[in-house]
Design a protein around this ligand. Structure first.
Ligand code: GUN
Ligand code: ZN
Length: 430
């Protein structure tokens, strides 16, 4: 049986609430249903109407729980799952102290298999149905991740993280190895099932100009794939980039010079941008990713959500394990808090949009994932809006839907995930 009718409240979007008034592009319906056939959403509409259209479909009634597109985590590092919440360091020290020693372990395929499986199960338990992940320098780590995602039928984006300087010996490749390995992994995985390959230079301090150039050349040969990296995260990192690339106009220029700026470019963090960088990102149609729990946890700074989302594609991400949570609910809460510190109270519709449609758009997958509407993959999260006593007592006073949802966005965690569907099948790990 591949036909299902899921009953509940539904939240969907017909436009971008950062560019149009949220009231005009958000659709909230109680007594609603999602009709799924063969892994794809066929329709979202009144329960009674859809019941007549699909009399033989299996009904799953979620009462007044909220059906939304599954969360899309647009930037994370699955190899850092084991070191999430490591104390006391800022970016460069954090990489050297915690991250690199852990990433060194991923040449061992069975270790990589184990962490990939654990990470994807944690994602599903938190309502995340797609991740864009960095892997490690080891091709085995890429195979492990795509294999684990295929076993769960999840749409994921991932790539071998390339580094040929300023990293330990066992985590460095060369310009040629980065090109060759990335190319063969891309050919092996891109477009296989729901897998998408992303060319992945870690960030310009850990790549020589030769390596950046080699990866730029690979991207030019495969302009349809994503290129993911980090940009302008923390001030000492910016100074380091200046020292390493004295001729560059700014951080973004260290990518642009080597062919690593384009519409399929995905730039994580993007906090301390100059006006030229913002203009250039907008001009080429690139996307940036907000990683709010990481930006506070590692002490990086306050992303300009509303301003940037009005002019370029912006995704939302956990940045595990620089980020301090696997939960996109907690991530939305942190995005709200950072918005407040910057003087903008993001509306719950904008937060939910970032976690679904916005991230999907950043990944170039609009309409395919992160969308509750006809033609999209049936990747769905079912949110219990009264999952804990603290949330329930606040939600009870709600005067409208948004007021009912907001306590779950601010205080919710995996207990709020009533169910999750991946490509039309229930997928909550046991
Ligand atoms: N910059 C370069 N590598 C990393 C990483 O692994 N995490 C974060 N947060 N920033 C980075
Ligand atoms: Zn990152």
């Amino acid at each position: 049986m591949t036909r299902f009718l899921l009953f509940g409240q539904t939240l969907s979007f017909s436009g971008d609430p950062f560019r149009t008034a949220w009231q005009d592009v958000t659709h909230v319906d109680s007594a609603s249903a999602v009709f799924i056939d063969d892994g794809v959403v066929i329709a979202v509409g009144p329960a009674d109407e859809l019941r007549q259209k699909a009399p033989k479909a299996t009904i799953v009634d979620y009462g007044d729980a909220l059906l939304s597109a599954g969360f899309v985590d647009a930037h994370m590092h699955y190899p850092q799952t084991g070191i999430i919440a490591s104390w006391g360091k800022q970016l460069i020290d954090w990489l050297n102290t915690y991250t690199f020693p852990e990433e060194s372990r991923f040449g061992d395929k069975s270790y990589a298999d184990d962490v990939a499986a654990r990470t994807l199960d944690l994602a599903l338990a938190h309502g995340t149905t797609t991740q864009a992940s960095f892997c490690t320098i080891h091709p085995e780590s890429v195979d492990a991740y795509f294999e684990a995602a295929a076993a769960r039928n999840m749409a994921v984006i991932a790539g071998k993280t390339c580094m040929d300087r300023n990293a330990p010996d066992d985590l460095r490749d060369t310009a040629k190895f980065a090109y060759d390995d990335s190319k063969s992994l891309l050919e092996r995985w891109h477009g296989k099932g729901r897998a998408h390959y992303a060319i992945t230079p870690r960030f310009s301090p850990t790549s020589t100009p030769e390596q950046l150039e080699a990866l730029g050349a690979l991207w030019a040969e495969h302009p349809d794939v994503l290129m993911q990296t980090h940009l302008s995260e923390q001030l000492p990192e910016l100074q380091w980039v200046k020292d390493l690339f004295p001729k560059a106009r700014d951080y973004l220029d260290t990518y642009e010079t080597f062919g690593l700026l384009g519409a399929n470019g995905l730039y994580g963090h993007a906090i301390h941008l100059t006006q030229r960088e913002k203009d250039r990102l907008t001009e080429v149609g690139a996307a940036v990713v907000h990683c709010p729990t990481s930006n506070t946890f590692i002490g990086s700074g306050l992303f300009e959500t509303a301003g940037l989302a009005a002019r370029m594609r912006v995704g939302l991400a956990t940045d595990t394990g620089g980020g301090s949570s696997f939960s996109m609910l907690r991530t939305m809460a942190a995005a709200y808090e950072i918005g407040q510190l910057r003087g903008t109270a993001l509306h719950p519709a904008q937060l939910m949009w970032l976690a679904t449609e916005g991230s999907a758009a950043a990944l170039g997958l609009s309409g395919q994932i992160g969308h509750l509407g006809a033609g999209a993959a049936a990747d769905i999260v079912v949110l219990d809006l009264a999952s804990t006593p603290a949330i329930t007592q606040r939600a009870k006073r709600a005067e409208n839907f948004w007021d009912q949802l907001f306590p779950t966005l601010m205080m919710g965690d995996d207990r709020a995930i009533r169910d999750v569907w991946v490509a039309g099948k229930q997928a909550l790990p046991a």
